[in-house]
Ligand binder design. Sequence first.
Ligand code: NAD
Length: 356
Amino acid sequence: MNSTQPSFVYTAQPARVVFGRGTLAQLPQEVQALGASRALVLCTPEQRQQAQLAADMLGTLSVGIFDGAQMHVPIEGARRARAYSASLGADCMVAIGGGSTIGLGKAIALESSVPIIAVPTTYAGSEMTPIYGITEDNLKKTGRDLRVLPKTVLYDPDLSVGLPVRMSMVSGMNAIAHAAEGLYAKDGNPVMSLMAEEGIRAMAAGLRGVAAQSDDLAARSDCLYGAWLCGSVLGHVGMALHHKLCHTLGGTFNLPHAETHTIVLPHAMAYNSKAAPEAMRRVARAIGADTAPAGLFDLAKDLGAPTALKDIGFKESDIEQALNVALANPYWNPAPIEAERVRELLNNAWAGRRPT
Ligand code: NAD
């Protein structure tokens, strides 16, 4: 918030957060607190074991497991899950996993209003937002609806220890991107900015700890705390050029979600650095760097995360198409959207140049 005389509207979204090691054991009470008794546990095939652990803890409060969660929530999978949930008479979803699994829970809740208990095992932040996305005919449709906002979120660091280090790093950088753009959001407010800066600080510290030792539970805990704060920022305020570019690159060129965020972020910050100096100061302070754009680039590099789009399958010859898609329906952004500057941004992100 730049102004010395702030003016804003802040609508806080309800969220019950249960945080700490071993909190998965509190699932039964949390299901009952929602007045539910027939929980369907959702997961990806890879996380079946964690889902089984949750189902075992729930005992008779669980009616089964659906292990068909997929990246980008394809409509066919969502329909199967909706039908399965209805056939079991499920009155609550326990989504254990990352953004894809929580996204599947949201697709079910959108139609049925069945409440979601989210148990995040990545740092993507979907658990704190009323934003859903469903992919139909190769097109990801997103929207906002309070019915999909999880009622309860259980953050248990023990469950994220198995998240591979590389995935942890890019997932954490994805979370930092939410908070960084939240710091210059058109509809931002001082409370969100506090959460954003603290979220970036905690995430950067946690990621450095996890990079050094992947089963460091204090570091895993910092990351989840950061994920909560950064996800909350994403849920409350609008995003700008960075998120628009990442949605374009993910949607049109099928680039991996979290890696794309990691690579584009320093360049989006460079694009906005003159227009949003206070946000830049706060990002830099949170990560302990002199400037936000170069600091975020160095952070990604130090963490062993990718820093060039050319290394994740994006072709230089695709830059023009990406530019056209991104400019066709731009989000609000603190700096004016100028084709030449966005082209330069994409070029720098493609090549992996360190912003100056
Ligand atoms: P993901 O959910 O796709 O998970 C990636 C893989 O990691 C999966 O195979 C999963 O099973 C596995 N995994 C997750 N946690 C693990 C753990 N602890 N140990 C071992 N394996 C684990 O990845 P993501 O980055 O969390 O989510 C990305 C998706 O979420 C994207 O589709 C994105 O658009 C969406 N998203 C949505 C929002 C929102 O607000 N709606 C916010 C952020 C991301």
